[in-house]
Design a protein around this ligand. Structure first.
Ligand code: SAM
Length: 264
């Protein structure tokens, strides 16, 4: 899979993507990260990526033009056949979109995701869904946000990582990419994924009183030493009795109750 980040702060990604499991996944060729500087696609001599909001108000808004051109540069030719040529200009292509409801990048294995506090809240189920795509493209907002036409005409969906506001979409994009990458075959051992918190398995989806879902989170884990200060590892985990250990783990798995349609 390829994951491309569109950002005006490309250096933010260097450290996180090049350590530990994500670094190994790249070395093994299981995932390829691409970082695209939106500023490289500006059309004026000041290389401006943002401008004041129409209608007034504080802060600056990321412009659609550079984002549109950055997207065009990374999408395959077959995926952009529905767009007018770049030479015609952004306003012409947007005019076309106004009259053509089917105007969208034509693609099936690629997903364009706009990070946005007002988007749908990311969860483990979405991580599983996104991990099936060949190419994910994250558009990272900054300042007061992104021209709404990006959400309306260019992105496939808007995703939030929670009900709070961050300074930019780079951290959310990395969080989502991390959750997706570790689900890809070969990145970490399958058995590690099986009993994890939020793992997608039928028994985690028990219906309670018709309207609620029960989600099982992982049991508590311990490692050496058996005793630290006065704190002892539960004796059952040291017993070697697999059946008892398994029962103990089931009993100690934390559950979260989720109403239908509600996110935890
Ligand atoms: N004015 C916007 C609002 O009230 O929703 C907030 C803009 S925020 C300061 C700048 C950018 O950070 C957003 O465009 C988005 O890309 C990103 N961002 C902030 N909070 C986020 C969240 N919870 N989830 C995903 N992205 C977020």
């Amino acid at each position: 899979m390829k994951i491309t980040f569109l950002t005006i702060f490309p250096k933010i990604f260097d450290c996180y993507l090049n350590e530990s499991i994500l670094k190994r996944a790249q070395k093994k060729g299981l995932v390829k990260f691409g970082i695209v500087n939106i500023r490289d696609f500006t059309a004026d001599k000041h290389k401006s990526v943002d401008d004041k909001p129409y209608g007034g108000g504080p802060g600056m808004i990321l412009k659609i033009g550079p984002i549109y051109r950055a997207l065009r540069s990374i999408l395959k030719k077959s995926e952009i056949r529905n767009l007018v040529p770049t030479s015609v200009g952004i306003s012409a292509s947007l005019r076309k979109s106004e009259t053509n409801p089917k105007f969208k990048f034509q693609k099936s294995k690629t997903r364009i995701i706009l990070l946005s506090a007002k988007g749908k809240t990311f969860d483990q189920k979405m991580a599983g869904k996104f991990s099936k795509y060949k190419h994910l493209i994250f558009i990272c907002g900054r300042y007061e946000g992104v021209d709404e036409r990006v959400a309306k005409h260019l992105a496939d969906e808007e995703i939030s990582i929670g009900n709070y506001v961050l300074t930019g979409g780079e951290l959310p994009a990395m969080i989502i990419s991390d959750a997706i990458t570790r689900l890809m075959p070969g990145v970490i051992k399958t058995e590690s994924l099986k009993e994890e918190s939020f793992a997608i398995r039928p028994k985690n989806k028990l219906k309670i009183k018709n309207l609620k879902l029960k989600i099982v989170c992982e049991y508590p884990q311990y490692t050496r030493p058996e005793k630290f200060l006065n704190w002892q590892v539960p004796a059952i985990l040291l017993s070697g009795d697999h059946k008892k250990i398994s029962d103990w783990r089931k009993r100690h798995s934390r559950t979260k109750i989720q109403k239908q349609g509600e996110r935890i």
